[in-house]
Design a binder for this molecule. Structure first.
Ligand code: ADE
Length: 231
């Protein structure tokens, strides 16, 4: 998996790349690349944003700046780029990121992530260059960088070799193995702390009963915290 991140703050991702599962994914052949909008602006004084026509607060990332950065990286008209790879703009109003979308993105050989700043993107960027708009939740962040890290984190940990134990991503919250339900509760040593005992069945060594107990707890959690659209 190769992911290119277009951002005004490539250095923010240095911390992200130091994290264990990200390092594992890179060692296993994935690649994260960064393009700084500021390095490719056709405007003088490194300008990348501008005020909205019609008035209003904040600044918008300019369409000519994004075009120039995409052209420099891919050597083609960015209007055609989305025929070749998914170009994901991070926006608060985009498709909500969930496990199904993470699976979909993890199956792609290449991804391009566009991080907006300030008030966001000139609409023409979304209309003509992006194939997808993805949101990590219905709230507004100062920019798309943290959202891009969330997408990369969720996608990379799905790839073979990213997690120490491959089974840890197969049967986790919202996975097909759990019927899309949240994960069951986990416990580790000590078996008792301040009188709070680990459920007996987990200490029993009886795999069938443990499996049944876990599936029941997972369904119970799904009833208590329904996924959006299921309540
Ligand atoms: N950019 C600003 N807010 C965002 C959000 N909630 N999700 C994705 N990108 C964003």
């Amino acid at each position: 998996m190769e992911i290119d991140i277009f951002t005004l703050f490539p250095e923010w991702f240095e911390w992200f790349e130091r994290q264990r599962h990200v390092r594992n994914a890179i060692a296993a052949g994935s690649r994260l690349g960064y393009v700084s909008f500021r390095d490719h602006t056709p405007l003088s004084a490194g300008q990348v944003d501008d005020t909205p026509f019609g008035g209003g607060a904040g600044m918008l990332l300019r369409v000519d700046v994004v075009e120039s950065a995409l052209r420099a990286r891919y050597g083609m008209d960015p209007v055609r780029l989305r025929e070749h790879r998914r170009v994901v703009a991070l926006t608060p109003a985009g498709r909500l990121l969930d496990d199904a979308l993470v699976d979909e993105l993890a199956a792609e050989p290449h991804l391009t992530l566009l991080c907006g700043r300030y008030e966001g993107f000139d609409e023409r960027i979304l209309e003509h260059f992006a194939s997808d708009e993805v949101s990590i939740g219905r709230y507004v962040l100062a920019g798309g960088e943290v959202a891009a890290m969330v997408v990369c984190d969720a996608v990379l940990r799905k790839l073979p070799g990213a997690l120490g134990d491959a089974s840890s991503s197969a049967e986790e919250s919202f996975s097909a193995a759990l019927g899309g339900h949240p994960e069951y509760p986990h416990y580790t040593r000590p078996a008792e702390h301040r009188g709070w005992r680990v459920p007996e069945v987990l200490l029993s060594g009886h795999h069938e009963r443990i499996g049944q107990w876990r599936r029941e707890r997972s369904r119970e959690r799904a009833r208590r915290r329904p996924a959006p659209g299921q309540d």
